[in-house]
Design a binder for this molecule. Sequence first.
Ligand SMILES: Nc1ncnc2c1ncn2[C@@H]1O[C@H](COP(=O)(O)OP(=O)(O)OP(=O)(O)O)[C@@H](O)[C@H]1O
Ligand SMILES: [Mg+2]
Length: 372
Amino acid sequence: MEVNPFRYSGPVSSEDLIGRDVETEQLQRTAEEGNNSRLVAPRRYGKTSLLRRLTSEVREDGWEAVYVDFFGVVTLADVAQRIDRAYVRDLSGPVARWYDGLRRTLSSVNLGAGPVRAGVQLAAGTTALQDRLDLPRRVHAKHGRRVLVVFDEFQGVLTAQNDADALIRAEIQHHGEAASYVFAGSHVGMMRELFGDRRRAFYAQARELALPPLSDGPTAAFLTARFSASGRDVGTALGPLLDVAAGHPQRTILLAHALWEQTPRAGTADEATLADAVARTLSQLLSEFQGLWSSLTSGQRRVLVRVAENTDALYAVGTHGRGGSVGTALAALVDRGEVVADTSTRTGHRIVDPLLALWLRNGRPQAWPESE
Ligand SMILES: Nc1ncnc2c1ncn2[C@@H]1O[C@H](COP(=O)(O)OP(=O)(O)OP(=O)(O)O)[C@@H](O)[C@H]1O
Ligand SMILES: [Mg+2]
């Protein structure tokens, strides 16, 4: 039995990545120069997949690379623990064995059972974190190897403590030769606050790299090859699929997965097959869209629909422009990563997820009809 060749959830490996050569190269070059980068893109745009490719490429050049995910951390001790686990998982050979011994001597990230006063807990978390943040310097001093440290979902550290960024910067700013950092995050607003606000520790400390939508050429080549290697032909469904997915990486793969499933074995897909695949995909996404919808204020809902419909400008003559209620709702949607600026549209914005836009334009149905 042939297996569906499209993986639409979780980070994917280098062979599954469409494009992203330019971005990988830029991140690598910036790290080699001893500078830091930040990768900001909406959810499911392929940040983690790209970071995986980056870590494997720098390892080939003789670096150590450590990938830390801060999603869901709630205390500084959690932050320290995530870093510790990443070193355990990602180091190899003599450096890994050295770390295995060293970590027993570092201050503990587990405060053990029993009640601990809040102040004590906080101080212990801070020391544990400082010890882990200092690791690249020690790796470099002991083994002469540079370390690429990736902090994914970096905005999560603000949940642990609202000045955690200051604490982190204070430690890592002395790493110079020893380490380069890549900070990534999917909460566009929080990442902007961390790196774009003069009052914050990381202001202007990392070169920004945005992830654009996928280009049609490489996507078409990838989909065609994957279909034919698994005994099916993407046929005339290809063009309309690229149109519906509009370069959104995860939506492209999700639709390709559904299209492949709808295409008979050894058969060829066409526009009707795609219509079927789109209907099925939207049905699967309804609860996600309804969840998003119910989390929005009524002002945000109205703006979201107007951006999706794209029939006229967002600010009518005589309204208060950016400072008014439309401006506030729009800013919140941009911060959440649901909407991005796009000068080619009438509203000057577009919905990040093309399937959400389709649902919004079609009257937000509670059920999506199967196509005939
Ligand atoms: N360049 C790409 N080529 C092919 N597929 C991609 C690409 N980028 C992302 N994808 C698809 O998107 C999915 C999610 O990718 P990934 O987890 O790397 O994104 P992310 O931006 O880290 O998401 P999240 O915001 O959820 O952390 C993958 O499973 C894959 O199907
Ligand atoms: Mg990710």
